[in-house]
Design a protein around this ligand. Structure first.
Ligand code: GLU
Length: 426
């Protein structure tokens, strides 16, 4: 019997990422015939913390921001997951993202649970020192529940290595000793790892390569369209080009560009750094974000935010495979349409797991004071991602279900097995 207070707690907004995440969990539970007590427990985060963060802005005024840290599940290890700064952050969204982190860490079989953090703010309108003060104060607010053995944040949307350095420094000051293991994705000169910045994009690129293999498409010159030109999209583009694929379209929040003969991702990046957008790069046609999603191509990579592939555009998608660089870009209804149209979807919890995998390598090195070469990091990353890809693919063949459901089933099963060992579920 569920407490009425809990029922209120879980009714998610229609079409929200949390609704999507809960539906996915329900389908995985059905496939696995999951113990209902374990299913019930997995619907809710183990802990969600809301904090208010007063920040003195450059004009002398004090502004209060709202931030969250949600810890979904810790059966397989300490909580792990990024922190995002975005005006549209909500507690519900962070709960969904925290749940996806639990599954992501389980899919690639690294010893972590799942968490996520977020602050409602618009970092594009804030100065560097305002962002620093916000980050340090947010760290103080969540300090009681983070730590190298408790919960290890990392970068996410609009946060980066610099943000992680501020978190590590603030946390270390509170503790009285330097603690590099409290966050991952740090700058290389203070405990970070060569290869971490590229790692999510690298994992996406590896999944694209393996997806072409299982589909029987030639990888060399396979055409790729990428929605979102932040950390994930940029490195996926650069690495895919280096590996031999052809990037024909990319976009950012201001619009997109298309070139049949291929886009140079480096040129697109420097154009964006100079002008604030990829739009206007010489030799390319301008397209909208919506057009990019439905363009004729072999592989589509959504690498921005949630809920961009929906029931209203899914049937117009012409790509043979979708490799999800973003978290939660496809709604459950869209998934059904894509599945019926035989579009191979490599799900977020596998496709973008490269980031957290290399975070894990960084954390191990912080705890042991060891240091591995970038070559070793990339080799180990490739092993992890390719292994997970084929484990999921095999489950998908055996279950006769799409890769997303296979990945979810694999992950939920691993988490449930750990919970059972701790005595959970009758
Ligand atoms: N924010 C990234 C993700 O969504 C990385 C998380 C991490 O490294 O902890 O997977």
């Amino acid at each position: 019997m569920i407490e009425p207070s809990i029922v209120k707690e879980i009714i998610p907004l229609n079409g929200s990422p949390l609704e999507n995440a809960l539906k996915q969990l329900e389908i995985a539970a059905e496939i696995l015939k999951l113990n209902p007590e374990i299913h019930e427990r997995l619907k809710y985060p183990e802990r969600s913390l809301t904090v208010s963060i007063p920040v003195k802005m450059d004009n002398g005024q004090v502004k209060t921001f709202i931030g969250y840290r949600v810890q979904h599940n810790s059966a397989r290890g300490p909580y792990k997951g990024g922190i995002r700064y975005h005006p549209d952050v909500t507690l519900e969204e962070v709960k969904a993202l925290a749940m996806w982190m639990t599954w992501k860490c389980a899919v690639v079989d690294i010893p972590y649970g799942g968490a996520k953090g977020g602050v409602i703010c618009n970092p594009k309108e804030m100065s560097l020192s305002e962002k620093e003060r916000l980050t340090r104060r947010y760290t103080i607010a969540i300090a009681p529940i983070i730590g190298p053995y408790q919960d290890i944040p990392a970068p996410d949307v609009y946060t980066d290595a610099q943000t992680m350095a501020w978190i590590m420094d603030t946390y270390s000051q509170l503790k009285g000793y330097r603690e590099p293991g409290v966050v991952t994705g740090k700058p290389v000169n203070c405990g970070g790892l060569l290869g971490r910045e590229q790692s999510t994009g690298r994992g996406v690129a590896l999944c694209v390569r393996e997806a072409t293999k299982v589909l029987g498409i030639k990888f060399k010159n396979a055409t790729v369209a990428i929605q979102g030109y932040g950390n994930v999209g940029v490195y996926a583009a650069l690495i895919l080009k280096e590996m031999g694929a052809k990037i024909i379209a990319v976009s950012d929040s201001k619009g997109g560009i298309y070139s049949k003969s291929g886009i140079d991702p480096k040129a697109a990046l420097s154009h964006k750094q100079k002008t604030g957008s990829v739009v206007g790069l010489a030799g390319c046609e301008t397209i909208s974000n919506e057009e990019l999603l439905t363009i004729e191509c072999d592989i589509l990579i959504p690498a921005a935010l949630e809920n961009v592939i929906t029931k209203s555009n899914a049937s117009n998608i012409k790509a043979k495979a979708i490799v999800e660089g973003a978290n939660g870009p496809t709604t459950t209804e869209a998934d059904e349409i894509l599945n019926a149209n035989k579009v191979l979807v490599v799900p977020d919890i596998l496709a973008n797991a490269g980031g957290v995998t290399v975070s894990y390598f960084e954390w191990i090195q912080n705890l042991t004071r060891e240091s591995w070469s970038e070559e070793t990091v990339n080799k180990k990353l490739e092993e992890k991602i390719v292994n997970a890809f084929y484990q999921v693919y095999k489950w998908s063949q055996e279950l006769k279900r799409p890769m997303r459901l296979a990945a979810l089933a694999l992950a939920v099963n691993r988490v449930a097995e750990a919970m059972k060992m701790f005595g959970f579920g009758s």
